[in-house]
Design a protein. Structure first.
Length: 148
């Protein structure tokens, strides 16, 4: 399986559709890359990904609003077409498996930096999960306990 991961901002509010009795949340994510070209001029390139998130957990749609930063991962596909100039182009699409809301609410200010994960049935919902207590710092491990 090929997996696409993207961090970007939503270009518009999501839309929840009902397709043959199943729910799908459609949204678009933009990632803007800034770089300098060969002549040293500042350039900017934006890549759009059209996302389809098939899920019964449509409550996340209340938070997928224009401008919000998200992390999404899933299976990509590209649909070719001809642009206005008649040149070949492609639309990048993703069947989303996991979406995470990045950052907190600007209204409350109390949860800045929190991440909420809304996954499909194979990826349980996680809110501010603390690291496992079983994970030890490599600095504190005695040298004779190393596996190599």
């Amino acid at each position: 399986m090929i997996k696409l991961q993207i961090v970007g901002n939503l270009g518009k509010d999501c839309i929840v559709n009902d397709v043959n009795g199943k729910k799908v949340i459609n949204f678009s994510v933009a990632h803007t890359e800034k770089f300098k070209d060969a002549q040293g001029n500042q350039q900017e390139r934006t890549t759009w990904v059209e996302c389809a998130y098939w899920t019964d957990r449509t409550a996340v749609a209340d938070y997928l609003k224009k401008g919000k930063m998200v992390y999404a991962e899933g299976a990509p596909s590209a649909d070719p077409y001809q642009n206005k100039e008649g040149q070949p182009a492609a639309t990048l699409r993703m069947r989303v498996q996991t979406v995470q809301l990045l950052g907190g609410s600007n209204e409350s200010g109390s949860n800045q930096g929190n991440v909420t994960n809304y996954g499909n049935s194979n990826n349980p919902t996680v809110k501010n999960q603390e690291p496992s207590a079983q994970v030890a710092s490599p600095v504190s491990a005695p040298a004779d306990d190393l596996p190599f």
